[in-house]
Every structure is written in structure tokens, then in C-alpha cells.
Design a protein around this ligand. Structure first.
Ligand code: MTE
Length: 303
């Protein structure tokens, strides 16, 4: 699921009134600089993107129509089984081609001044799409703390492996744990974020708590949930869907209406909560910012 960024939003657009009390530290920080100016101060504001109606998907829909196979393959199962994912304590290992490999706890990662969280509104696409107001931080802010080495060409991500609690992991639906990967330049792009919350709240378990990747210009399966390990590698890492069905799911998975999936075309999408279909935009409308990453690649082969 890719995402769309709308620079004209105010905090009121992003955070419905009833959630104000649940806002966390980053929202408080935001308040210090004036609600409406939050996005204006964000360096990503300049990124813009093609304009579309980006009304946020209702919270109920975004949290009850999910893909999270560890919690079941039905779209409603991740919400129903959400409490089976145990997210406290949580830590993430960062290792591989970094000078200072290590493990960081969630508390450490999110303690005041450790990392600057921001507010984003992005659109996601699979065969359906949603607009989600995320909170999070650029992945690169995290990676830089561990000092990537020159031979780091890719970043591999892994989800928690816990078959005792996660019902989906007792079945061989995928080769667990769920794995994803990015090329280093994709990982270091400022639109690649680690989400820690949405709609002004903590991230619901079914949406990938407590740390989940969001890559706005790629299909949803790249957005790996509940990350416990990030490894910088020299070789292109194995990724779950590419391993499972390489002819259907490429490593790159950039949103591309010109390249049909073997079992469906990718020219249009239905926004959750709407009936009409919208034309799908190449790179989900973020081409101005990310097309350069793929300038020398044949995207019909590197799909
Ligand atoms: N991450 C894990 N660990 N397990 C999964 O099954 N599904 C992926 C992705 N991340 C998945 C995952 C797929 S196929 C999609 S479309 C998105 O999560 C769905 O995210 P959403 O439920 O928040 O919309």
C-alpha cells in the first residue's frame, strides 16, 4: 500500500477532537510550535505530490480491514486476534553492515529527544487503497544512529516470530517470520518511515504495532509490521512474497499501473469507503520524488 502526502493539512485534520487526550509526546512537541504550522515545519512538506482528494479513511475501516497473516488471513481477523500480539516489552535489533550493531528498546527509541517523530498523511494501495494519518519518523534517522558501512547495499526487515501466540504462524502460509527488504537508497529516502502511531493514537496491533514500515510509493506488502530486526546487507535479501510467488511479487513492488499483476490489472484502485474506482498513479503519485531512484532500471522486469 502506498501513500499520499498532503502538505495542506492542519493538526485538526489529522487528529480528530476525541483523540486529543490520547496524543503522545510528538503531538505535544508539535503543539509548541503551533498546531497549524506543524506540517509547515516538516522538511517533507516540500515534497507535495500530485493532488487528489485525500480525506482520511475512517479509523474503524483502517483498523478492521487488514492484512497481517500472523493474526489470520481474513481481512477482519487481525482486529479480532489483535490481543494475541504481545508488544511489551519490545526491542529491535539493528545489525549487519553497521559500525555499532545493537539492540534498542522501544522506550529507549521513543524517549524524549531520542528521535523526532512527525505527522504524515499518506495513501496506501493494494487492490484497494486508504489514506492514513501516520505518526512516525524517517527510517534513516534510526539507521544513522548505528552508522551504516559503505558495503551496506540493502536493508532487511523481520517481523516477530512467536508461534505460541500468533495463530497464523502455526500454519505454513508463509515461510515465517515475515521478511521484507529495501535497497539502501530507498531506505534512506525521507518518505520511507517507521510508523509508531496513526490518527493521533498509538499504532493498533492489527496495523503493525509497535513499529511498522511505511513506503508510500510501493505496494502494501512492503510495509512490514511489528519489526524486531533490521539488518544491513550487501546482498539483496529474501522477502516473503517474492520468495512465495516470484512471478507475482517482485522485490521492488513500486506502484505501477503500466505493469499488470499476472492475475489482475493494476490500472485502478478502490478507496476503502468509496464505490468508484480511481486511476492508480505511477509511484502512487510520488514520482517527482522517487522516480530518480529507478532511472536506470527496466521497471517492467524489476517489478
Ligand atoms: N507484515 C507482516 N508482518 N505480516 C503481514 O501479513 N501484510 C502486508 C503488510 N505487512 C503483512 C505485513 C500486506 S500484504 C499489506 S497490504 C499491509 O501490511 C497491510 O497493512 P494494513 O493492514 O495496515 O492496511
Amino acid at each position: 500500500m502506498p501513500f499520499r502526502w498532503n502538505p495542506e493539512l492542519t493538526m485538526q485534520d489529522i487528529t480528530p477532537e476525541e483523540y486529543f487526550l490520547e496524543r503522545r509526546r510528538f503531538i505535544k512537541q508539535a503543539a509548541l510550535v503551533g498546531a497549524g504550522a506543524v506540517l509547515g515545519l516538516n522538511p517533507l512538506t516540500a515534497l507535495g505530490g500530485e493532488s487528489q482528494d485525500d480525506t482520511a479513511t475512517p479509523y474503524e475501516k483502517a483498523t478492521h480491514y487488514n492484512n497481517f497473516y500472523e493474526l489470520g488471513t481474513g481481512k477482519d481477523e487481525p482486529a479480532a486476534n489483535a490481543d494475541k500480539l504481545l508488544i511489551s516489552p519490545w526491542s529491535v535489533i539493528i545489525d549487519g553492515a553497521v559500525t555499532r550493531p545493537g539492540k534498542v528498546s522501544l522506550e529507549e527509541l521513543l524517549k524524549p529527544h531520542a528521535i523526532e517523530e512527525r505527522v504524515y498523511r499518506l495513501r496506501c494501495v493494494e487492490t484497494w487503497s486508504m489514506v492514513i494519518p501516520w505518526q512516525g519518523f524517517p527510517l534513516r534517522d534510526l539507521l544513522r544512529r548505528f552508522d551504516p558501512q559503505g558495503n551496506a547495499k540493502y536493508v532487511a526487515f523481520e517481523t516477530l516470530l512467536d508461534p505460541q501466540h500468533l495463530p497464523g504462524q502455526t500454519r505454513k502460509i508463509l515461510d515465517w517470520p515475515y521478511r521484507e527488504g529495501l535497497r539502501m537508497d530507498e531506505a534512506m529516502h525521507p518518505l520511507t518511515i517507521i510508523a509508531t502511531g496513526m490518527y493521533g493514537r498509538s499504532l493498533p496491533n492489527q496495523n503493525g504495532a509497535p513499529l511498522r514500515l511505511v513506503v508510500p510509493w510501493k505496494y502494501g506488502f512492503k510495509s512490514i509490521k511489528s519489526i524486531i530486526r533490521i539488518t544491513l546487507t550487501e546482498q539483496q535479501p529474501v522477502t516473503s512474497w517474492n520468495q512465495m510467488a516470484p512471478e507475482e511479487y517482485g522485490f521492488y513492488a513500486n506502484v505501477n499501473p503500466l505493469v499488470p499483476h499476472p492475475r489482475w490489472d493494476q490500472e485502478s484502485e478502490r478507496r476503502i469507503g468509496e464505490f468508484r474506482r480511481r486511476p492508480t498513479l505511477i509511484f502512487n503519485g510520488y514520482g517527482d520524488h522517487v522516480a530518480g531512484l529507478y532511472a536506470h532500471m527496466d521497471l517492467s522486469r524489476n517489478f
